[in-house]
Design a protein around this ligand. Structure first.
Ligand code: NDP
Length: 456
């Protein structure tokens, strides 16, 4: 930490701060990237507000409160003993209990979870709800595993995880590789171990404390945020063509809402390639994708066998298709610099991020320089965790709100997040720097709480 090193304590500029961060967290490239994006826009603001600088708020905010690392041992269907590594990164609980998803994917590392936990802290603050930031997961690959194998893994993971979570302590949810099936296994085991029925996980099934619209919330929220950006500029999503990446939870419901609002979504993808359907992915086609991904757990390539006029592009990503709007909804760094340039050359007017940090830093700078509407993930995909927060409220009240009630609250939250971004990100020329707006708005609430607590 900076406070432990006199030379760093004197450090007042961005480069010095980033060098210190890299030295303290060697090799954690995703974490460095996420902090650099935030610190670049925050540093001038912090320098104007000496109270944050004097209290070393950014240095403290980039150090997780706590990291738990543990082994998860389980038995596969053939009787082999398997071992994975799991983590829970409890990043910051200044404004509420830790809250953030669990990711199951072979690419999960401490660096990935620290970047996600740091982003989550600012995102949760933006929602206006009392939630701190956390993230967790395991380098477990659910692909190709039977339901029983996934169940045994989840149960074994919860045997350790349950010691560290609780409805007023830390409330995990889903993320890549963790959907309704996994949350159900995890919650069932948590309930068994704690002998309590409380809302310690969100994304639960509707029969046992889940909220209507939680499954849809991240995708819907991303489209609402996009519409807010467009309307602010005198435009609308209606009639626009959209490239969506991924074919998971966020992508499917982004397509559903965008189509409902009159847009034409022309792509979906998975890690093997993308499909292009120039006629648009309408409700009937989306029903096929839902069944394919959520029930059969198949690959997106199957889409083209079913729908004429569509094409499959193995090994490629959707960003080569000319569209009005790009919605990356798969994973981090899925738009590289060249792809950002291609999107701009093809006339994209908005990029709205459903996935976390899907654009490399140079790509994000290219979008900013081109003055297009660029909705960064911590603002655009905050709808998911917002409805998780609403699920917690319903659990505490022992009530269930209607679909319309939850959707209307989600729309209000996304509108408020947009407003906060405009408050802190509007420039004199009338453009809005949504990256700067989201970073400062998210930072201020957490920073004020940390200042109030004193030196902790
Ligand atoms: P899912 O597991 O439901 O879907 C992920 C999709 O992205 C799949 O189509 C998957 O393809 C693809 N994908 C995953 N990893 C890679 C990779 N390394 N390269 C290419 N494609 C990949 O996850 P979600 O939809 O829940 O999450 C997607 C993104 O949205 C993540 O960045 C997540 O952090 C973010 N997010 C999710 C929220 C939620 O509520 N679920 C909330 C806020 C953000 P394949 O099947 O081939 O792996």
């Amino acid at each position: 930490m900076q406070v432990d090193d006199q030379s760093e304590y004197e450090c007042k500029d961005l480069q010095c701060f980033l060098r210190g961060l890299e030295r303290r967290n060697p090799g954690e490239l995703e974490f460095h990237q996420a902090v650099e994006e935030v610190a670049t826009t925050l540093m001038p603001f912090i320098q104007e507000h000496r109270k944050y600088q004097d209290a070393q708020i950014l240095e403290r905010m980039t150090e997780p409160d706590r990291v738990v690392i543990f082994r998860v041992t389980w038995e596969d269907d053939s009787g082999n003993i398997r071992a994975n590594r799991a983590w829970r990164v409890q990043f910051n609980n200044s404004i509420g209990p830790y809250k953030g998803g669990l990711r199951f994917h072979p690419s999960v590392t401490l660096s990935v979870l620290k970047f996600l936990g740091f982003e989550q802290t600012l995102k949760n603050s933006l929602t206006g709800l009392p939630m701190g930031g956390a993230k967790g997961g395991a380098n477990f690959n659910p692909k190709g595993k039977s339901d029983r194998e996934v169940m045994r893994f989840c149960q074994s993971m919860m045997i350790e995880l349950h010691r560290h979570i609780g409805e007023d302590t830390d409330i995990p949810a889903g993320d890549i590789g963790v959907g309704g099936r996994e949350i159900s296994y995890l919650f069932g085991q948590y309930k068994r171990l704690s002998n309590r029925f409380v809302g310690t996980l969100t994304g639960k099934g509707l029969a046992f404390g889940g909220s209507l619209i939680r499954t849809e919330a991240t995708g819907y929220g991303c489209v609402y945020f996009c519409e807010n950006m467009l309307v602010h500029k005198g435009e609308s999503i209606k009639g626009k063509s959209i490239a969506v990446s991924g074919a998971g939870n966020v992508s499917i419901y982004a397509v559903e809402k965008a189509t409902e609002l009159g847009a034409r979504v022309v792509t979906l993808s998975d890690s093997d390639g993308f499909i292009h359907d120039p006629n648009g992915i309408d409700a009937e086609k989306l029903a096929f994708v839902k069944e394919l991904k959520e029930v059969r757990r198949g690959r997106i390539a199957e889409y083209v066998d079913k729908f004429r006029g569509s094409t499959y592009h193995p090994g490629q990503r959707p960003w080569i298709v000319p569209v009005d709007i790009a919605m990356p909804c798969a994973t981090q760094n899925e738009i590289n610099f060249d792809e950002a340039q291609t999107l701009l050359r093809n006339g994209v007017i908005a990029v709205c991020e459903g996935a976390n940090m899907p654009t490399v830093l140079a790509g994000a700078h290219a979008f900013a320089a081109a003055n297009i509407l660029y909705g960064p993930s911590k603002a655009a995909n905050a709808g998911g965790v917002a409805v998780s927060g609403l699920e917690q409220s319903q659990n505490s009240l022992r009530l269930s709100w209607s679909r319309e009630e939850v959707d209307s609250k989600l729309q209000t939250i996304m509108r408020d997040i947009h407003k906060k971004c405009v408050t802190y990100g509007a420039s004199s020329g009338g453009n809005v720097d949504y990256v700067k707006g989201a970073n400062i708005a998210g930072f201020v609430k957490v920073a004020e709480a940390m200042l109030a607590y004193g030196v902790v």
